[in-house]
Design a protein around this ligand. Structure first.
Ligand code: LMR
Length: 398
């Protein structure tokens, strides 16, 4: 029965890491997958995480199952980080949270929930978006469509086109928005634009789904939730898929959360019971370790402030690399204007490199960039900057 199965193409992002690992060139650079690297080119375990792990190992008394929706303390800590202390949706009991295996796990739970409980609803994705979005929803049997988002000529949000498209979406559909650090473009809505988008979504009777994977990587933990707070107004409904892969550096622990804001506390409990059914039929209940780390750090004032400093350090380093990248390209006499890269936010930038240029970087320089031209700025270091910019100057000049 398995003889005739054809090989699938490699994943657009994780497939690059597989190819990168096979590459023998000592100068190789992986600017594909969204993983943070420090100035030495390493992906470190945060010091706050190491300390939390020590405490967990010392105190852990059982490896018994977590509840289907994970640890209640994790859910409470997640809601506090997302909405801020004392927020109406938390105080009123309108928010429920399930601990999930990563942000991708949260998206898949959201997709199963939509497929089961909102049959026929379509999910609208930004154009462009993370290439895994259509796959996650498609595999769950949810149809996806796109709305305009990126204005390539202006290197900004195509805001008028985006709003006009949202106004055409029929009531009952779901709109997926990137909470901050839009993946792949690095171009975000302004606070005022968030308010307008939230109002159109409300007026159209749409359900927003916020993919919030980079909280803390744009401007700050609180600042980056401006869109979330615009959507979580009194009386409004919201789905959130959040991730701790990036801001806690817990990539391989797979820890994220699916949070639902319902119209009332009773409705929220009914929703939670359905979310639990989706999870039970998928991975049953979440792994414990990553969630325990996050909970331990967020609950302890000392560890939390250490972690907040570590997030700020990562954010500042990425921004410094953005500036240095633009500066170095200038110094190398590249005439094309790349100054927009310094204005983009988060790990990613849409470089504008063509598929041929991306292929030349890979074939001739062992520099791995996503086919769309998305570059992981967090993979740049002072040490590899000249090599990178020299390679880009060369492929641009061809
Ligand atoms: C990325 O976009 O590179 C990250 O979100 C990692 C992934 O799973 O694709």
């Amino acid at each position: 029965m398995l003889e005739t199965i054809q090989a699938a193409p490699p994943d657009a992002i994780l497939g690059l890491t597989e190819a990168f690992k096979q590459d023998a060139n000592p100068a190789k650079m992986n600017l594909g997958v969204g993983v943070y690297k420090d100035a030495a080119g390493k992906t470190p375990v945060l010091a706050s995480v190491k300390e939390a792990e020590k405490r967990i190992l010392a105190d852990e008394e059982s490896k018994s199952y977590l509840p289907i929706n994970g640890s209640p303390a994790f859910g409470a800590a997640t809601q506090e980080l997302l909405f801020g202390p004392g927020h109406e949706v938390v105080v009123s009991g309108r928010a429920v949270t399930a601990q999930t295996p990563g942000g991708t796990g949260a998206l898949r739970v959201a997709a199963d929930f939509i497929a089961q409980l909102m049959p026929g609803a379509r999910v609208w994705l930004s154009d462009p978006t993370w290439p895994n979005h259509p796959q996650v929803f498609g595999r769950a049997g949810v149809e996806t469509r796109t709305y305009p988002y990126f204005d390539a000529a202006a290197n900004g949000v195509a805001f008028a086109a985006m709003l006009a498209a949202l106004r055409e979406i029929p009531a009952g559909d779901v709109v997926l928005l990137h909470g901050c650090c839009h993946n792949p473009t690095g171009v975000d809505l302004s606070p005022d634009q968030w308010t307008q988008v939230a109002d159109v979504i409300r007026a159209q009777g749409l359900l927003p789904l916020l993919d919030f994977a980079y909280q803390g990587f744009a401007e700050g933990l609180y600042e980056d939730a401006v869109g979330l707070r615009a959507l979580a107004q009194p009386g409004r409904e919201l789905l959130i898929a959040s991730s701790y892969s990036k801001n806690f550096g817990l990539y391989n622990e797979r820890v994220g959360a699916f949070t639902v804001v319902a119209p009332s506390a009773d409705a929220a409990q009914a929703v939670l019971s359905q979310v639990k059914k989706c999870i039970r039929a998928n991975y049953s209940n979440p792994p414990a370790h990553g969630g325990a780390i996050v909970t331990a750090i967020l609950a302890d004032p000392e560890l939390r402030s250490q972690w907040e400093e570590e997030v700020a350090t990562m954010r500042d380093r990425i921004n410094a690399m953005r500036d240095l990248f633009v500066e170095t390209l200038n110094e190398m006499g590249v005439e094309q204007d790349f100054s927009f890269i310094a204005r983009q936010r988060g790990m990613f930038s849409f470089s504008g490199l063509t598929p041929d240029q991306v292929a030349a970087l890979r074939d001739d320089y062992s520099i791995y960039v996503v086919g769309s031209g998305r570059i992981n700025v967090a993979g740049m270091t002072e040490e590899n900057m000249n090599y990178l910019c020299g390679a880009i100057a060369d492929v641009l000049a061809r």
